[in-house]
Design a protein around this ligand. Structure first.
Ligand SMILES: [Zn+2]
Length: 319
């Protein structure tokens, strides 16, 4: 399959194609060649994003070509190659294909567009195990989860680890440990919450912990759900990103496909937040959904289904 060959060509440039690096430039040069072969006129905007277009586009499709140091070959690249493939299959359609710059370190390129598309569709690998678990080749992404980050602090009293009887202690880490289990219990119905960092004072093997700061990362598909999750966990929020909802455009062309929320950010999130009617398709990730790792995998069969759905969705949006 040509798509698989093109993904291999991009991967052969380098595993790590950092945003605005010569490796990312080389991937953009390849994509520009493929765009022109598909009958698209190419242009590079001020942010370095690569655009291929035919006529006055009524919709754009695309993704990114940069990658993380430990990358596999599907994250981002599949969305660009699939969009070029769809453009080739719709030779008369007024559409645009875009390769955004530096998604993994921003997204940077999609935030600096000099014009917004009338509509946008991004095909991307799921980077998780949900579709594999459901036995479905593709899924419709209904939105990107909102996030709240912050911390909770537990105060106790520093005491000698040998001379202080157990019943006389005020151990801040024991309270923090209960809180970690509480955080886990609060996250349900599609919400997730994680404790990733503990800071202990005085952090010594022979002193009862006096003070513990516990980090919390909480995510939920809807704003009300995120509010409720933060409330239920009970922590001080220092940073928050609102959830983004996508339009249901591809639902009509893939009626049986399951719907899911993305826990990760994408270029599509940036466009939706800027007010562009945006849709997103996920292709099943195999190997348990592993991503940002060389074991990242989607099958040729699933990719073919994804490109069919993308092509039908674009044809519907152009018509
Ligand atoms: Zn990506």
């Amino acid at each position: 399959m040509r798509v698989t060959e093109r993904l291999a060509e991009i991967a052969a440039i380098a595993q790590h194609r950092a945003g605005y690096s010569p490796e990312e430039d080389a991937a953009h040069a390849l994509a520009a060649r493929w765009m022109r072969a598909a009958g698209l006129e190419t242009r590079v905007d001020e942010a370095g994003n690569l655009h291929g277009r035919r006529g006055t586009p009524r919709v754009w499709a695309g993704s990114h070509l940069d990658s993380v140091p430990t990358a596999g070959r599907f994250d981002g690249a599949l969305g660009v190659v699939a969009a070029i493939e769809a453009a080739e299959r719709l030779p008369d359609a007024a559409l645009g294909v875009v390769a955004f710059r530096a998604e993994e370190t921003g997204p940077m390129g999609s935030r600096r567009l000099d014009e917004l598309p009338p509509a946008f569709v991004e095909l991307h690998i799921e980077q998780g195990p949900v579709l594999e678990g459901l036995g479905a080749p593709v899924g419709i992404v209904t939105g990107v989860a909102g996030q709240a980050r912050g911390s909770a602090v537990f105060e106790g009293r520093a005491d000698h680890a040998g001379t202080t009887p157990m019943e006389a202690r005020a151990d801040a880490l024991v309270d923090a440990a209960r809180f970690v289990l509480h955080v886990r219990k609060c996250a349900r119905d599609g919400a997730v919450a994680t404790v990733g960092v503990l800071e202990l004072e005085p952090n010594a093997v022979n002193v009862v912990p006096a003070r513990v700061t516990v980090s919390v990362d909480a995510r939920a598909p809807k704003a009300e759900q995120l509010d409720a999750l933060v409330e239920a966990i009970g922590f001080d929020v220092s940073w928050r990103l609102e959830p983004v909802e996508f339009s249901g455009a591809p639902r009509a062309v893939a009626p049986g496909a399951p719907e899911l929320t993305s826990g990760a950010g994408h270029d599509a999130m940036v466009l939706a937040a800027a007010g562009v009617p945006t849709a997103m398709l996920f292709v099943r990730s195999l190997n348990g959904g592993v991503s940002h790792h060389p074991d990242e995998l989607s099958s040729d069969e699933d990719i073919a289904v994804g490109i069919d759905v993308l092509t039908d969705a674009l044809a519907t949006l152009v018509a």
